[in-house]
Design a protein around this ligand. Sequence first.
Ligand code: DMJ
Length: 587
Amino acid sequence: MLPLHNTREEESKSFARRWFGRPLARWVGLGVGLVVGLWLLGPMFFEWGEDLPFRPRFTSHPPLQDILVGNVIGTHPTMGHMPPPLSPSSLWDQRAAQVRDSYVWAYKEYLKYASGHDEILPLSKQFKDNFNGWRVSMIDSMDTMWIMGLRKEFDDAVQVVSQQDFSVATGIYAPFFETVIRYLGGLLSAYALSGETILLSRADDLGKRLLPAFSTPSGFPKFGVNPDTGDTTLGWTGGQVLFAEATSCQMEYKYLAHLTGRAEYFNSVEKVMDSIYNASVPDGLFASRWDPTTGSPLDTHFTVGAEVDSGYEYLLKQYLLSGKTEHRARDQYLKSIDGIINKLLYISPTRKLLYVTESSYGRISHRLEHLACFLSGLLALGAQTLPELTHKQKEKHMWAAEGLGYTCYMTYADQASGLGPDVVQFSTGGQLWVDALEEWESEGRPGKIPPGLGEVVPAQSSEQRDYWDSSSVYLLRPETVESLFILWKTTGDVKWRERGWEIFQSLEKNARVEHGYASVSNVDTTPPVNNDDMPSYFLAETMKYLYLLFADAEIIPLDRWILNTEAHPLPVFKWADWELKAYNISP
Ligand code: DMJ
């Protein structure tokens, strides 16, 4: 006998059979299944992005557990989010947007013609591998991408960097200093901004491979190291070590030591500092060449320019980076700055421009290098962050910062191209700045403007300028705009921004070529003749400083981030108690 009614189960079965028997329903079912499946399993492969619906997780990278000792994730916050978008209604944000557009265009040209290589040759559309061939233009400017809010460019670069092989051929050496400030600094900064742990892992890999460079009796790093074999070379200086090269790795290695818990990173770079603190140097001024065996100076060439520059920078910056704990570095900074102010600052005979020069074997050269223009920003940063300076000291440091920043800017404004020469030679007859300052003070501060801070009009001829261009090339260097950025942040005076805007416009006019930006061979003639090169620091530093100078948002507050000598921001951190003990730091 047939049942009068189907059971509930049979009913639903026949309903399902009827429903799924239809072609449309089969497709709907498949779609629903896919959505539910993705929802359940998707997070294993993707994560939510800032401005994309999702982006790939980096699952296939080497495990981190062998380097992480538990003091990284969570306790050392990274920025983690992209900066806020620029406002289209603000004049300065619009200017920042122009810098960002220029960066994007130049970086794309690099990717188009020099992908997989270090730098593009923007006239010939060729490339060169001058820094190990590890894509320096990309790694050096990943933090620029983050700061400018370029998510896609950044994520693409992370994917590439995760696969980058930090090897060079046998018999070839990676230049230690450049590799540290550009690659290691670039990776650490990109990690600190984004929180992408693969970048920390790659930084640790690279940092470890470069350690054999420290194998000298003094601990001063050698010029070059083969990251695969550990072979080292003293390089082109014939067994001498340059002060800047030996003392511009502390920020990177100390931050890396803190992130990874590897004591060898800290100990290697602190041994160098011990030699520096113990050396007896006149007036806190450091020689440019040093003996890697004895750890003592080899010359009496005192400058803040080439071969020495960032050595002074890292005294203040390693103190600030490690939460103001390493007092020896601060004390040395203050001593050295006194020496620089008292011995190396001059004002020119007619225009009274303040400049920093060099003393070579007792003779003052009256040269001013573009490289030395970073000093203005460093002085302003120190004046702002060191409460231990007396009112008088702070005032003097700020005056020096503003006077030097102004002169560096004037060396641009005076030229036909609006871009700055690499070296200028001041005419003799200048006066030591501290003497002029003393006279001015003793006369009761006439005019209220200290010597070296008065403004002048741009001048055409060498006589009117008080100097001539002894190297008239502009190498796309950042030091002047770096100081303009710090002066703007520390004084709040918009004139520093305006001066940066003039420089950016000159760059657009005279350094922009068909496939990127190119250095200008003579800044005082127009139309410009360009050289076929675009150094990675142009994308890493010059463009970044201009962007930060114009953007209204406080993207990199100077009390929370310290920029290394290649403009890579690293976050201020505090040593843990065990680190203070292990590294013998007494705050
Ligand atoms: C950069 O690579 C770094 O700033 C370095 O410290 C010296 N100068 C160049 C750019 O001029």
